[in-house]
Design a protein around this ligand. Structure first.
Ligand code: 5GP
Ligand code: ZN
Length: 119
């Protein structure tokens, strides 16, 4: 069923503790943890605890949780002190856009200059 944990999903395993992660924030609905292969000095992933394959399907089904993810992204940026200089929140959606883990997640990137467009 939509939103239910998926046995073969890496980020569901991080939510349930089966796979360890460096967690920086947790709420009733979200977990934020450091990316294992950081692309910037601050690179934190914010995920919903519920499983949806991408951000749009999460927002369509559970808009309140999608809003929680966005709010937590802002909190991470503030905690990491990158909010003043500017930071980026990215939802890669689809393999063609670089999505490799099909459990909705926001990348929070900061701590260095960020090019636009990103390429
Ligand atoms: P995507 O490419 O799907 O937008 O982002 C997936 C992200 O998950 C990548 O930036 C990748 O480095 C990160 N990642 C993959 N496996 C793990 C893991 O086991 N632990 C953590 N913390 N991050 C991971
Ligand atoms: Zn999942």
């Amino acid at each position: 069923m939509a939103g239910e944990p998926q046995a073969d999903c890496l980020f569901c395993k991080i939510v349930n503790g089966e796979v360890p992660a460096t967690v920086v924030r947790e709420t009733e609905t979200t977990v934020a943890f450091r990316d294992i292969n950081p692309k910037a000095p601050t690179h934190v992933l914010v995920i919903p605890k519920v499983h949806y394959p991408d951000a749009a399907s999460l927002a369509a089904a559970e808009p309140g949780v999608a809003a929680d993810v966005l709010r937590e992204a802002g909190q991470v940026a503030a905690d990491e002190k990158v909010d003043g200089e500017g930071y980026r929140v990215v939802f890669n959606t689809g393999a063609g856009a670089g999505q490799t883990v099909f459990h909705a997640h926001a990348h929070v990137l900061g701590g260095r200059g960020l090019q636009w467009p990103p390429g």
